[in-house]
Design a protein around this ligand. Structure first.
Ligand code: SF4
Length: 432
C-alpha cells in the first residue's frame, strides 16, 4: 500500500483526544462504541474479534471466575483490558497466595503496579507460588530488596533520550516509547521506572509529534523500534496514525513493534489489526516470550494471523532464575516458537533493575544453555544470548568458546560435542 493511501492528518491522532486519555479508556470506549465522529478517514469496520480455539484450562477458568461472560466477550481484547486483575482482593479469590505474595500485594512491595489479563491469569497455577508464569506476574516481598549494581535505569536510557519518549543510542536506529501501559506487568521489567503510570510522564500527542519530528530531521535513522509499555494497548486507529506518519519519512526503511500482547492478550491480534499492520511493510514484530507454558492454542492462532499478514516474527526472552533457566525448558520454548513461525532472536540476561536479584542467574547459566542447544537443534532455533550493558553500552552477544586458539597456521576449534578440529588458515590469509 502506498503512502498516498494513508489519510490521517499530521498533527493529531484520530479522534483528537490526548493520548493519555485514549490510553486510559481505550477498552471501555471501544466496547461501548462511544468514539466520536471526527470527519477523518478511519479504518473501515472489520471483524474485531478473532475466532480463538480456547485451551481447556482457560475455558475452565472462565467458567469458574467469569461465569456470565460469553466466549465472544472473553475473546474481545477490550474486555480483557477492562477486566485486568490488579488488586489483592481479586487475586486472593483466584489463587492461594503465599505470605511472600500477600506481603508484596498488601502495599509493602515495590511501587510497580500489578495487572494481569484474565486470559493470562487462566494459565497460572492457583496453588503453586513457584509456578514459572505465576512468578513473572505476581510480586513477592523479594522485590523490596535492592541488590548490588541495581538501579532504576540500568541501561542508561535517560541519558540517551533525545526528546521525551525517544531513545537514540545506536547511529541508525531509535527506540520510540509510545506508551507507559501494558496489559500485564512483568515483575522484572527493565522499564518499570516509567511503565505502569500514572506518573509524571503522561503521554501526549505533542510528545509523539516531537519524537516524529526528531526522526524526520535525522536522516541517519533507518530503523524505528516502537515499544513502551506495550504499543498494542493503543487503539488501531492511533497506531495507524503513528505508523503512517513514520512510513512517510523517506529514510525510515524499517519499523519494528516490540510487544507482549500476543502472549498475554492474544485476543488483541484481530483480523482488523493484522490488515492494518500489513499496510506498513517492512514491519517486523518482536514478541516477548518467557516459557513454553505460554504457547497455547490462542497464542498459536495470534502468531499465525500475524505471520499470514506478512509480518516477520521474532522472539525476545529474559533468562529468569527458576523460571526458564534450564536447557529443556528453553528447547521446548524455542522449538514451539519455530513451529509458530517465530524466530528466536534474543535471550537476555536479566537487567539489574531494583528488586530483580531473585530473578537473575549467573552469566555461566546462559552460556550453559546456549552450549546445550548449539549442535543439538537447528541453528535458527537458537537465539543470541546477550547482556545489555549497564550504563548504556548497548547489547553485547555472549557465546561459549568454540575457538580454542591458533596453532601455527591452524585455528583450533571445538565442536558441540567437545571434539577438537583444526582449520588450516594459512593460504587463505595469504591470498587476501
Ligand atoms: S511487557 Fe515489556 S514493557 Fe510491559 S511490563 Fe513486561 S517487560 Fe515491561
Amino acid at each position: 500500500m502506498g503512502k498516498q493511501d494513508i489519510c490521517f492528518e499530521d498533527g493529531e491522532p484520530p479522534d483528537g483526544r490526548p493520548a493519555s486519555v485514549a490510553l486510559g479508556t481505550v477498552g471501555i470506549d471501544a466496547v461501548k462504541g462511544e468514539k466520536g465522529e471526527t470527519g477523518r478517514t478511519r479504518v473501515p469496520k472489520l471483524a474485531t474479534v478473532s475466532e480463538f480455539l480456547a485451551n481447556s484450562g482457560t475455558v475452565k477458568f472462565r467458567r469458574k471466575f467469569f461465569e456470565d461472560v460469553s466466549a465472544g466477550e472473553w475473546n474481545d481484547w477490550h474486555w480483557q483490558l477492562r477486566h485486568r486483575i490488579t488488586t489483592l482482593g481479586e487475586l486472593e479469590k483466584m489463587f492461594l497466595l503465599s505470605d511472600e505474595e500477600r506481603s508484596a500485594l498488601s502495599g509493602h512491595g515495590s511501587a510497580f503496579p500489578v495487572a494481569i489479563t484474565p486470559y493470562y491469569a487462566s494459565l497460572i497455577d492457583p496453588d503453586n507460588p513457584s509456578q514459572p508464569l505465576r512468578r513473572t506476574v505476581i510480586p513477592t516481598a523479594a522485590e523490596r530488596i535492592r541488590g548490588r549494581g541495581e538501579n532504576e535505569d540500568p541501561l542508561g536510557e535517560e541519558k540517551d533520550t533525545a526528546v521525551p519518549g525517544l531513545v537514540h543510542r545506536y547511529p541508525d536506529r531509535v527506540l520510540f516509547l509510545l506508551t507507559d501501559t501494558c496489559s500485564t506487568y512483568c515483575r522484572y521489567c527493565t522499564r518499570s521506572r516509567i511503565v505502569g503510570g500514572p506518573k509524571d510522564r503522561s503521554l501526549s500527542t505533542e510528545r509523539w509529534n516531537r519524537a516524529i519530528e526528531y526522526i524526520e530531521s535525522n536522516p541517519s535513522i533507518r530503523d524505528v523500534l516502537l515499544s513502551g509499555g506495550d504499543p498494542l494497548t493503543l487503539p488501531d486507529d492511533t497506531l495507524e496514525w503513528l505508523l503512517s506518519r513514520l512510513r512517510r519519512i523517506p529514510h525510515v526503511e524499517v519499523m519494528r513493534l516490540g510487544t507482549k500482547a500476543p502472549v498475554v492478550m492474544p485476543q488483541r491480534i484481530t483480523p482488523a489489526l493484522c490488515r492494518m499492520l500489513g499496510r506498513f511493510h517492512p514491519l517486523w514484530m518482536s514478541i516477548h516470550f518467557t516459557h513454553p507454558a505460554e504457547l497455547t492454542e490462542e497464542v498459536k492462532k495470534a502468531c499465525e494471523n500475524l505471520a499470514n499478514a506478512g509480518i516477520p516474527l521474532q522472539s525476545q526472552t529474559v533468562l529468569l532464575s527458576g523460571i526458564n533457566d534450564d536447557v529443556d525448558t528453553m528447547r521446548q520454548l524455542f522449538h514451539g516458537l519455530v513451529k509458530m513461525r517465530v524466530r528466536p532472536y534474543y535471550l537476555y540476561q536479566c537487567d539489574p533493575i531494583i528488586g530483580s536479584g531473585h530473578f537473575r542467574t549467573p552469566v555461566e547459566k546462559g552460556l550453559e544453555i546456549i552450549r546445550g542447544l548449539r549442535g543439538y537443534t537447528s541453528g535458527f532455533a537458537i537465539p543470541t544470548y546477550a547482556i545489555d550493558c549497564p550504563g548504556g553500552g548497548g547489547k553485547v552477544p555472549l557465546m561459549p568458546d568454540y575457538v580454542m586458539g591458533r596453532d601455527g597456521d591452524d585455528v583450533v576449534l571445538k565442536n558441540y560435542a567437545g571434539n577438537l578440529y583444526r582449520y588450516f588458515d594459512g593460504e587463505a590469509a595469504q591470498i587476501h
